[in-house]
Design a protein around this ligand. Sequence first.
Ligand code: AHR
Length: 329
Amino acid sequence: MKTMRALLALSALLLLLGTLGCQPTQTVVPQATSPVKKTYADVIIGYAQLGAESEWRAANTTSIKETADQLGIELHFLDAQQNQDKQIEAVRKLIVQKVDLIGISPIVETGWSEVFQEAKNAGIPIILVDRRAAVQEDLYVSYLGSDFLEEGRNAARVMADLTGGKAQIVELVGTINSAPANDRYRGFREILADYPEMEIIASETGDFTRARGREVMEKFLNEHGSEITAVYAHNDDMALGAITAIEEHGLKPGVDIKIISIDAARGAFEAMIAGKLNAAIECNPLLGPQFFELALKVINGETVPKWVPSEEGIFFPFDAAEILPTRKY
Ligand code: AHR
């Protein structure tokens, strides 16, 4: 009975308020509005870098760190020091730190499924930067980086021009089982198939470092001597190491032995200006701005392409001096 009276009193009050033009407090019904977009200041991005093996890698790391600074992003950057176990560990650390997204340049192509699945289970998207990983497509949102296969093809095309389609080539291969080494190896051979007088007489890894490039080139020269007419190096650092070895052997790099490398970093331009390197196929390390732009889109639920390719050129000695001052790495 009491409840009945209370309800009647409440309806009378509501009626009175209505006639007086007053609105009683309303229940707020949530409206279907678009969610508030996050900005760079709201996000934490993790980055698992593979190491610091080359001039290219140094430029890549600087680009990631400097861009994060400029955009005011909280960046958790971990360096795996050329070790896959450490890089897997780095991804796990970033998962524990609950970052919003993880960028990674996988040191080698295989062995990533388990840890990428862990990130997916934790709701953390992964962007592959610079290097691909051989995993199911649902384990990463996008790959931002170069077409390594085309770089290998371009190296062979340029080598064919340079040598008139006749060469005894030694090859300095990048880190075994890494995406750039696999693709640069394959792309080069694809084109060489059309040139029966271009032969690869030796091929060995120099692990993308200058020291190993020099060591392996010394070995090639001791084993093959003047038979060698050309060097194909999967990166600039190994080419620069090879140049030292060729000079120590009493030969003229770029003249007695033609040399082509991939990256087109500052060291390659200096070598071209000195007449010691015959061409550099570009591989762009300045991926910071594109990476963070892509990351923010992913975090905000926007659809992004599965592959964002880098734009790259080919450089030769004739205008290297003019171009060098415009290069950023
Ligand atoms: O993944 C890109 C490659 O890695 C670069 O060509 C090389 O210099 C680096 O170490």
